[in-house]
Design a protein. Structure first.
Length: 85
């Protein structure tokens, strides 16, 4: 995914918007799969892992900020939904 987009090694600390969106959605699906009632849990977990792996599998150095932001957002939503419910 990123070897064509990022030909140079990790130099800038710029956040990739597409990778950020994929990471946030992937972590939301992965950690909050109990909120998705229309799809079987193993399907939603698989899709979430695939999306997270796309960002984690980027060229070394890229994708780490996007992954951390995705973990924090989905973790906050997980805590919010489990403390309210």
């Amino acid at each position: 995914m990123s070897y064509k987009k990022y030909s140079a090694p990790f130099v800038t600390e710029k956040i990739d918007v597409i990778a950020l969106v994929v990471s946030v959605i992937g972590w939301l699906i992965l950690l909050n799969n109990q909120l998705i009632v229309l799809i079987q849990p193993f399907v939603s977990i698989t899709v979430g892992l695939f999306m997270v792996a796309m960002v984690l599998g980027m060229r070394p150095g890229y994708g780490r900020y996007e992954t951390l932001i995705g973990i924090f957002i989905s973790g906050a939503l997980y805590l919010l939904t489990n403390t309210v419910l």
